[in-house]
Design a protein around this ligand. Structure first.
Ligand code: G3P
Length: 218
C-alpha cells in the first residue's frame, strides 16, 4: 500500500520524505488556503515546489466546475511536472473532463467520493485514482471503512484499474482499516502515519533492554 501525505505544507512533505515512507502527496483547495497560498501563479509555483521535493504523484485540484474550465486548468496543472495528477471533483462536468484527460494521457484523481456508485463512474471515466473520504463518512456516524470495502469489492469484480486512494484519514486505525479493506493508497496527515509507530509495549521493552544493558555494562 502506498503512503501519500495529505498536505500543502512543504515542511510536512519534507519530513515525510526524510522518513523514507513518502510515495506521493495530495492537496486540495482548503489545504492550499491553510498554507496561505493564493493567486494563480503562486499556486502553480507551490505545486512546482512540492514536485521538487518528491518524484511521487502529486494531486493538484482544479477549482473550475465546468467542463471547459476543468480541462483548461487541468492542462495547465499537468504542464507543471510529470508527477502532477489532476484532481477533479465527482460531478457530471468532472466525469466528462476525466474521460477527456484519460483520452489525452493526463492522469487524474477523482475526489469527494462517498459512494460505490460514484466510484464506478470514476473508474468508467478512467480515473487514475479514486478518493473516497473515509473520515468525513465516519464524522457523520456512517461507515467509512465499509465504503472502502464495498468499492474494493466492486473494483475487484469488475477488474477496474483505478487505484483506491483512501482519503480523509483521521487516525492510524483508519490506515490499518483501509489496508485491511483493499485500499491501494492512503493519504493522510503525517501525524496519522506517525501514529502507526506507537505501542506502549515497544516503549516498555526498549526501556528494559537499555536498562539491562546499562546494568550489565556499568
Ligand atoms: O484531501 C482530501 C481529503 O483527504 C480531505 O480530508 O480531513 O479534509 O476530510 P479531510
Amino acid at each position: 500500500m502506498k503512503f501519500f501525505v495529505d498536505t500543502a505544507s512543504l515542511d510536512q512533505i519534507k519530513e515525510a520524505k526524510d522518513l523514507g515512507i513518502l510515495d506521493g502527496v495530495t492537496t486540495n483547495p482548503s489545504l492550499m488556503a491553510k498554507e496561505g497560498i493564493s493567486g494563480k501563479q503562486n499556486i502553480l509555483n507551490h505545486y512546482k515546489a512540492i514536485c521538487d521535493i518528491t518524484t511521487g504523484d502529486v494531486s493538484a485540484e482544479v477549482i473550475s466546475t465546468d467542463y471547459a474550465g476543468i480541462v483548461e486548468e487541468g492542462k495547465r496543472l499537468a504542464e507543471i511536472a510529470p508527477n502532477i495528477v489532476v484532481k477533479v471533483p465527482m460531478i457530471k462536468e468532472g466525469i466528462k473532463a476525466i474521460s477527456h484527460f484519460t483520452n489525452v494521457g493526463i492522469r487524474t484523481n477523482c475526489t469527494l467520493v462517498f459512494s460505490a456508485g460514484q466510484a464506478i463512474l470514476a473508474a468508467k471515466a478512467g480515473a487514475t485514482y479514486l478518493s473516497p473520504f473515509m473520515g468525513r463518512v465516519d464524522d457523520i456516524t456512517w461507515d467509512g471503512v465499509g465504503l472502502i470495502a464495498e468499492i474494493a469489492e466492486v473494483y475487484a469484480i469488475q477488474g477496474f484499474d483505478t487505484e483506491i486512494l483512501a482519503a480523509s484519514i483521521r487516525s492510524a486505525k483508519h490506515i490499518v482499516d483501509a489496508a485491511k479493506n483493499g485500499a491501494d493508497v492512503v493519504t493522510c496527515p503525517l501525524n496519522a502515519i506517525l501514529g502507526l509507530l506507537k505501542h506502549p509495549l515497544t516503549d516498555i521493552g526498549l526501556a528494559k533492554f537499555l536498562a539491562d544493558h546499562k546494568k550489565a555494562n556499568s
